[in-house]
Write a protein that binds this ligand. Structure first.
Ligand SMILES: [Zn+2]
Ligand SMILES: [Zn+2]
Length: 228
């Protein structure tokens, strides 16, 4: 039996998703299917924001997040590593430990020195790190949602570009966009006061959160008809 513990890291969550869903994902889902599922649940999360339904937001945001792990697994991207490279305890644009992009509007990314002693050791610390870099007071929940939609489009575009032309630079772009997407998930969670690690541990307390099997035995059509 596998579960996700709230003290575990993003890397461990990605690995958890691989162990539970790697087999059905490889057999049943093209990368486009994985993207569709990730977007489908993210859109439902945004609907939760529009309707003021925090439960709907929370569940769908986290399920979408688990599909993002499936995409990272398919492409063999170490998401924790990419998130740290993009957000080394500072904003990746202005290089400040608490972003002031809105004031200075930097036109290009700053070259920064990375202090690896600041790297979050688990998902809780990672979420905290994002609340310091991008304090929730600086935006509304709806704005955080719009930003998530924007980044979701960019992840999708990057994957389409890479799988069209197979250029390394385009693959690197996928890694950056996926890291940006993670920052937006954390942004929404911080704005809505959702503890990502704890809520994931409640959903994934025993293998697949639907069939509770290891590996997941949910069939393609039943997943396609999930309503949350
Ligand atoms: Zn900034
Ligand atoms: Zn299942």
């Amino acid at each position: 039996m596998l579960k996700f513990d709230e003290n575990q890291s993003l890397s461990q969550f990605q690995d958890f998703v691989n162990k539970i869903y790697g087999l059905p994902d490889d057999r049943l889902y093209s990368i486009w299917d994985l993207l569709t599922q990730q977007q489908r649940f993210a859109m439902r999360a945004l609907k939760g924001i529009r309707k003021g339904d925090k439960e709907k937001l929370k569940t769908n945001l986290l399920i979408s997040f688990s599909w993002l792990m499936a995409i990272a697994n398919r492409l063999h991207i170490d998401l924790e590593e990419e998130v740290w490279r993009r957000f080394p305890a500072m904003c990746s644009y202005c290089g400040s430990s608490s972003c002031f992009c809105k004031k200075i509007k930097p036109s290009e990314r700053q070259k920064v020195k990375i202090d690896s002693s600041l790297k979050p050791q688990n998902l809780i610390q990672s979420q905290k790190m994002f609340s310091v870099i991008y304090p929730p007071e600086g935006r509304t929940l709806a704005e955080a949602g719009v930003h998530l939609a924007e980044e979701m489009g960019e992840v999708s575009e990057a994957i389409h570009n890479f799988l069209g032309q197979h250029i390394q630079k385009q693959f690197d772009e996928i890694k950056l966009e996926m890291a940006d997407y993670v920052s937006c998930v954390m942004g929404i969670a911080n704005s809505a006061e959702i503890n990502v690690a704890r809520e994931l541990s409640k959903i994934f307390y025993e293998n697949c959160h639907i069939c509770h099997k290891l590996p997941c035995a949910c069939n393609f059509n039943s997943v396609a008809s999930i309503k949350t």
